[in-house]
Design a protein around this ligand. Sequence first.
Ligand code: PMV
Length: 332
Amino acid sequence: MLTAKAVAHSNIALCKYWGKRHGAAAELNLPATSSLSLTLDALWTETEVGPAIEGQDSFVLDGTEHHDDAARKVFAHLDRLYRLASGAPRPPCRVRSVNHLPTAAGLASSASGFAALTVAAAAAFGVAVDRTGLSSLARMGSGSAARSLWGGFVRLDRGIRPDGSDCVARPLLPPEHWDLRLVVVQTTAAKKPIGSTAGMERSRTTSPYYNAWIETSESDLDGAERALADRDLPALGRIVEHSCFKMHACMLASDPAILYWNGTTVEVVREVIALRSRGLRGYVTIDAGPHVKVLCMAADAEPLARNLRDVPGVIATQVCAPGPDAHSEVLA
Ligand code: PMV
């Protein structure tokens, strides 16, 4: 085994993934909806994978050693990757990871985290697959991670084949296609109440809106792809907000309800709508957490961020531009 380092940038879904394909092998982690994302330059994870120094697995995240569920997920993912490179049992590994993300919870660290882990481990173990193959492996760690292999605008198709072979991500347009920005508005430093896997399962089994959410999601992607190609922000923004609010309606209709928002989340959404009517064109999206992300043109990003920072309860804002591909480097 070699030691390798990888960098993967986070991504935010403009058309959301919420729900796993029912009846498929859990290990494959196949999404029930296709999704379309923007990779972000300012948020990324750097991960190094190499042989263990003290003969046992260790996972250090942001300088702290972890022995929790997060660590177990990391080592299970390494097992999966090592099986592809060699039939032999995996030797103990040392994993060191640094999140260059704001400290608040719920900012898509699983996307950049599992993408960086996959790319670093594949280089360290000598797994000979192309970027598409790496993306499918990253998906097994976290669905959103499949999209972080590429920069710019990325589509992950849900596919229909039982073996998941047509559930693949692909780059749609490079970062330089369109000078958009995403303003990340943090509304709390608290941890989210329910993880995405458990939340998706609760929505599937209890939300009366779940089927409608799944059935209507594909046409959102096609519309978003057209708006992207045409660089039509109002058309894209309308679809982005519709996809987001449909997903949250499905979550809210789960039993018990899944409510990721706090009061500040709502105030920020209202302010974005108010600013829009005054000519600052921003469009909101919200993931499985209380933070709001606002899609806009580069020229509007700073004025939007300044206004949103003044909403009571907002902790910080960060302006992100379209980011690059994930990459790795063998160190030794
Ligand atoms: O793949 P996960 O477990 O990070 O789930 C991602 C779910 C959402 O962030 C809500 C939507 C998405 O497509 O990223």
